[in-house]
Design a protein around this ligand. Structure first.
Ligand code: ASP
Length: 345
């Protein structure tokens, strides 16, 4: 097979546990030099792909944020026409935020962006990193029967499953199956083979050129409700300088206290132009704003339903929409649309 007919995959290495290897002299874990990737993971040669890699300064994903997302999105857009697919190696801790952010930033994506990492360093004997990396490469190279990319979205591959990136959440700090999408089925199940759930895969309606928007507005925050929260604390949080959007994590089907002071604080924040989105603290299910009186009061005060979105998707969607320079009312309207499969409306 000539080199031009081999799948061309670009690996973007950002850091995390996957990139660690034990120093043979000191036995300390240190970042792995990805320019020697094939020497360290020789099985990759068996894939017979053309693989290149870009290595960023490796970071723990706790340090990942809008600048890092910008770097990843820019690397993908600059190399978009030269590769069939992209594999992003990333720490697991904030992987779901990065996957969500990239799904919004990479508009009109038609190629696979597969994010993976590992629970054990790639240099350890029992590592899950080698298998995750190889499976991610195979998924990035997979095509449909007519030669289109099988995956045309940002997805997280971890152990036995491929999940939509903006639907996934890290669910375990110990288990090899560390991710799950609680409100959307898997995109593929990995066992002896890779079985794609073709009906679950995102398919863009029109074929438009990739349009990347890397402006993410940081004037947003998550607000986790808990019983006993006081008015001064809520007042302080809602009056945080520079705040434009809040993802409020409520109880059950989207419920919050019905006390007058609570609703007044929320209504005043909305009247100051702050966009407040309601998502549930439950791992499964979503907000049904009109099911209970308390949810109904929030909706009447102008709180927007986040439906069944993850917190990760909701906060990055707010960053993205404010990053477009939209007014609060335009952000609210756009929030209620499905941009890239992040919500069931
Ligand atoms: N703390 C690491 C990170 O997120 C954990 C991991 O890679 O799994 O970068």
């Amino acid at each position: 097979m000539s080199d031009t007919r081999k799948p061309r995959i670009l690996i973007i290495y950002t850091g995390g546990t996957i990139g660690m290897i034990e120093n043979p002299d000191t036995h300390a874990l240190q970042p792995f030099d990805f320019s020697h990737l094939i020497d360290n993971v020789p099985k990759i040669k068996m894939l017979d792909y053309h693989i290149d890699n870009i290595q960023f300064t490796p970071i723990d994903s706790s340090d990942m944020g809008p600048e890092g997302w910008n770097d990843i999105a820019t690397a993908i857009s600059e190399n978009y026409n030269d590769y069939d697919g992209f594999v992003v190696l990333h720490g697991t801790d904030t992987m779901a935020y990065t996957a969500s952010a990239l799904s919004f930033m990479l508009g009109n994506l038609h190629k696979p962006v597969i994010i993976t990492g590992s629970q054990l360093p790639i240099g350890e004997v029992r590592t899950d990193g080698e298998e995750n990396l190889i499976t991610a490469l195979q998924i990035a190279a997979a095509t449909t029967f007519n030669g289109d990319p099988m995956v045309q979205e940002v997805a997280i591959l971890f152990e036995n499953y491929l999940w939509r990136g903006n639907r996934a959440t890290k669910k375990s700090a110990d288990n090899f199956n560390a991710f799950k999408s609680h409100n959307y089925p898997e995109l593929a199940k990995i066992g002896l083979g890779i079985h794609f759930a073709e009906k679950a895969l995102w398919r863009p309606t029109e074929k438009k050129p990739l349009s990347v928007n890397t402006q993410m507005d940081r004037g947003v925050m998550l607000l986790d409700l808990h019983p006993g929260m006081t008015q001064p604390i809520l007042h302080h949080l809602l009056n945080t300088p520079g705040i434009k959007g809040i993802v409020m994590r409520t109880y059950g089907a989207g419920n919050a206290p019905t006390s007058r002071w609570f609703i007044e604080e929320i209504a005043q924040a909305i009247s100051r132009g702050i966009v407040i989105v309601n998502v549930t603290q439950c791992v499964n299910g979503g907000v049904h704003a009109r099911r209970y009186v308390s949810g109904d009061i929030l909706a009447n005060a102008g709180v927007i339903s986040g439906h069944d979105m993850t917190s990760e998707a909701a906060i990055t969607k707010l960053m993205y929409l404010f990053g477009l320079g939209l007014t609060p009312s335009a952000v609210s309207t756009r929030f209620n649309t499905d941009i890239c499969g992040e919500v069931t409306l």
